[in-house]
Design a protein around this ligand. Structure first.
Ligand code: SF4
Length: 365
């Protein structure tokens, strides 16, 4: 009996390995060979059988494409005001228990200066959907940064805007835009967001960003409330067809002042496995080892890199504001997760024979 079970397991494992091998940019370019949702689902359901194989392959692809370089981005959290009430987010507008802040242009420029002197050549301006930051203010800010630091890239992560607004940011000089779809399943989306937020619009924003020529970042949380493996398979199909230049994948972590406070965090191994699938799918993609990954496991970032990630985003926001930008609890923002910790970060990377790359680190075709 045991022998038969072992044989069945072996033949399933062989099938899974050939599926993993099929997930490559070549198959993505050929529409006929796109990986089907059921195949992604099969991989997710049986990840333990091919966990090591998949991660090793992803790590090897990362090395082939980026050698031992890990790109760094300076994360500047410009505002924790937000007009939205996403159920999972600690800075959602319903949360009365946090101290709100908004950085001034001078403070943001000061963060850029600090980051530039430390060697960063990408600034990531991230914030809630804060109505104070009109298109005019954002464009002025982008232009000031570009004028002062023409050799740097600007990534924006400021939420859903109109196509016209995105076009203005592009004209002003922004290079990249991060907007996670959070889930490709509209029913799941409605369980994570209030009724006034529209899933169709979110996906439309991502397509607009791609059409405008932004290096576009999509992605989702692993283990968000009510998420099923089927939802994740759908997300992987969505990402496969969108072909983003960046993908942000991190575990869900609950925030105690949200209605999802009692839900468990996302699973570390499932997150690592999905990172690996993304790397295999898109060998050149810019794939961060996210702060959330470091927040659920002290080795999270290194494990992320060994699963195919090639970007780290240390925090350069003013120290006194970092605790207020808590999208979830126990967020890592000091030591290796902070700009001041670059030496610590390098020491950590030394252990896996990687090194910080101080270039802009644009997406290369
Ligand atoms: S996830 Fe983004 S849009 Fe939603 S409440 Fe938080 S900051 Fe606002």
């Amino acid at each position: 009996m045991e022998v038969i079970e072992k044989q069945t397991e072996n033949s399933l494992q062989e099938k899974l390995i050939s599926l993993v091998d099929k997930i490559s940019i070549a198959s993505v370019q050929d529409k006929k060979n796109l990986i089907k949702k059921n195949d992604f689902l099969l991989l997710l359901q049986n990840k333990d059988l091919i966990f090591d194989y998949t991660r090793n392959k992803a790590n090897q692809i990362r090395q082939e494409n980026f050698s031992n370089k890990i790109y760094i981005r300076a994360l500047i959290e410009i505002s924790n005001y937000c007009k939205n009430a996403c159920f999972y987010c600690g800075i959602n507008c319903k949360n009365q228990n946090i101290q709100r802040y908004r950085l001034s242009t001078e403070q943001i420029m000061e963060c850029c200066k600090t980051a530039y002197e430390l060697g960063f050549r990408t600034f990531v301006l991230q914030g809630g959907e804060d109505i104070f930051f009109t298109d005019e203010i954002i464009c002025k800010l982008i232009k000031s940064i570009k004028e002062k630091y023409p050799d740097c890239a600007i990534t924006l992560s400021l939420g859903e805007k109109s196509k016209e607004s995105y076009a203005l940011y592009k004209q002003a000089g922004a290079d990249r835009y991060l907007l996670r779809e959070e889930t490709a399943n509209s029913e799941h989306y409605q369980k994570l967001h209030p009724k006034n937020m529209n899933h169709k619009n979110r996906l439309e924003c991502l397509r607009s960003l791609k059409n405008l020529g932004f290096q576009t970042g999509a992605g989702f949380m692993v283990g968000s409330p009510f998420q099923t493996l089927d939802d994740i398979a759908q997300d992987l199909c969505f990402i496969q067809s969108l072909k983003p230049e960046m993908v942000g994948i991190g575990p869900f972590i609950p925030h105690e002042q949200t209605e999802f406070a009692k839900f468990p965090s996302g699973d570390l191994n499932l997150t690592l496995f999905i990172l690996s699938l993304i790397r295999i799918m898109f060998p050149k993609v810019l794939l961060p080892a996210t702060t959330a990954l470091s927040s659920i496991n002290p080795e999270g970032r290194i494990l992320g890199i060994l699963s195919g990630a090639n970007v780290v985003m240390p925090n350069v926001s003013p120290m006194e504001q970092r605790k207020n930008y808590a999208l979830y609890n126990n967020k890592a923002s000091v030591n290796e997760e902070s700009a001041e910790g670059l030496i610590l970060l390098q020491k950590q990377l030394d252990k896996i024979n990687c090194k910080i790359d101080f270039s802009r680190g644009d997406y290369q075709q």
